[in-house]
Design a protein around this ligand. Structure first.
Ligand SMILES: Nc1ncnc2c1ncn2[C@@H]1O[C@H](COP(=O)(O)OP(=O)(O)O)[C@@H](O)[C@H]1O
Ligand SMILES: [Mg+2]
Length: 313
């Protein structure tokens, strides 16, 4: 994996005004980088701000504060049409609900080709058709599917159509927002494997959003754990599983069911108490193990280092 940064998220905030005196701080000061060619898993309970983070990165929302740098260029701020178009092409999104995200009145061919049309990527109708057919095959469907409508497909097939639509404009960065949460368990792995295969073939970079830690482990190089708009822990995937440090991450991991029923019964479950933290100062993101960051105060940092800092050879 390269250490070259494709996306840099700096102090990103997204605050929604929900009433005259009420504000939801959906994203509240995120700082992290996504490297070229990696899968960055973003995990946290429903409502913690994952989708808002994805949508703000891709500029579906203007940021309340902070910056998103893509390939060295600021995504937010004033842009002319051609700059916006360029970002729109480079960054694509795959959505959670394959039923709601495909227009039921459009043929699959037109759904997939929509972005190609906007960006003028097909010279003529013949080329457009050929590209759509190739994309269908790339995602494991077949070319006869081009003339059908979304309702004729299963959930897993619809998600494949959503993936083909995203790939149609040749993006370099794809945000997959819980792309398998709405699918049957039996086909979740197929879609994850397809995403992995496409990443290898096309050198894609992913931000993969999920609400639990069970599936992201297999697809992610690094994982960030979000809690109420903030990132509380960020680490290489293996290190996060082997050495969860923040008590919230520990509670998330202890909630994953394990295949071994005996061990499962005897296992300790943690529940996270957000009030059980040192409050002597504002917590900061600090490196406890190599590449492994935790949101903590100085005092907690010293404790985490004593308990988790040693790196086994
Ligand atoms: N457009 C919006 N207006 C107001 N509040 C919103 C909006 N979108 C999301 N929220 C709120 O922001 C918080 C984070 O939501 P979301 O990003 O969807 O979380 P997640 O994807 O992690 O489930 C939630 O409290 C949600 O209710
Ligand atoms: Mg969401």
């Amino acid at each position: 994996m390269s250490q070259e940064k494709l996306v840099e998220i700096k102090n990103l905030k997204q605050h929604f005004q929900t009433g005259r005196h009420s504000v939801v701080k959906a994203v509240d000061g995120l700082n992290f980088d996504i490297y070229k060619g990696e899968t960055f898993g973003l995990v946290g309970e429903s409502g913690c701000g994952k989708s808002t983070t994805g949508r703000t990165i891709i500029r579906l929302y203007d940021a309340t504060d902070g910056e998103v740098i893509f390939n060295g260029e600021n995504v937010h701020g004033k842009k002319d049409r051609s700059e916006l178009k360029k970002f729109n092409r480079e960054m694509q999104m795959i959505f959670q609900d394959p039923y709601a995200s495909l227009n039921p009145r459009m043929k699959v061919e037109d759904i997939i080709a929509e972005g190609m049309d906007i960006h003028g990527l097909a010279k003529n109708d013949k080329e457009r058709k050929a590209k759509v057919q190739e994309l269908l095959e790339t995602v494991g469907l077949n070319k006869e599917h081009a003339n059908r409508y979304p309702h004729e497909f299963s959930g897993g097939q619809r998600q494949r159509i959503g993936i083909a639509r995203a790939l149609a404009v040749d993006p370099s960065f794809v945000i997959a927002d819980e792309p398998i949460s709405a699918l049957d368990v039996s086909i979740q792995a197929q879609v994850v494997n397809l995403l992995k295969k496409l990443q290898e073939e096309k050198g894609l970079t992913y931000l993969f959003i999920a609400h639990d830690l069970s599936m992201v482990k297999y697809i992610s190089d690094r994982i960030g754990v979000m809690y109420f708009g903030k990132m509380v822990e960020l680490a290489p995937a293996d290190d996060l599983y082997n050495h969860p440090i923040h008590p919230y991450t520990q509670s998330l991991l202890s909630a994953i069911p394990l295949p071994d029923p005996d061990y499962e019964r005897s296992r300790e479950r943690f529940s996270y108490d957000p009030n059980n933290h040192d409050t002597s100062e504002e917590p900061e993101f600090r490196e406890v193990r190599p590449g492994h960051f935790v949101l903590c105060t100085t005092k907690e940092f010293e404790q985490y280092k004593r308990e988790h800092g040693a790196v086994e050879q």
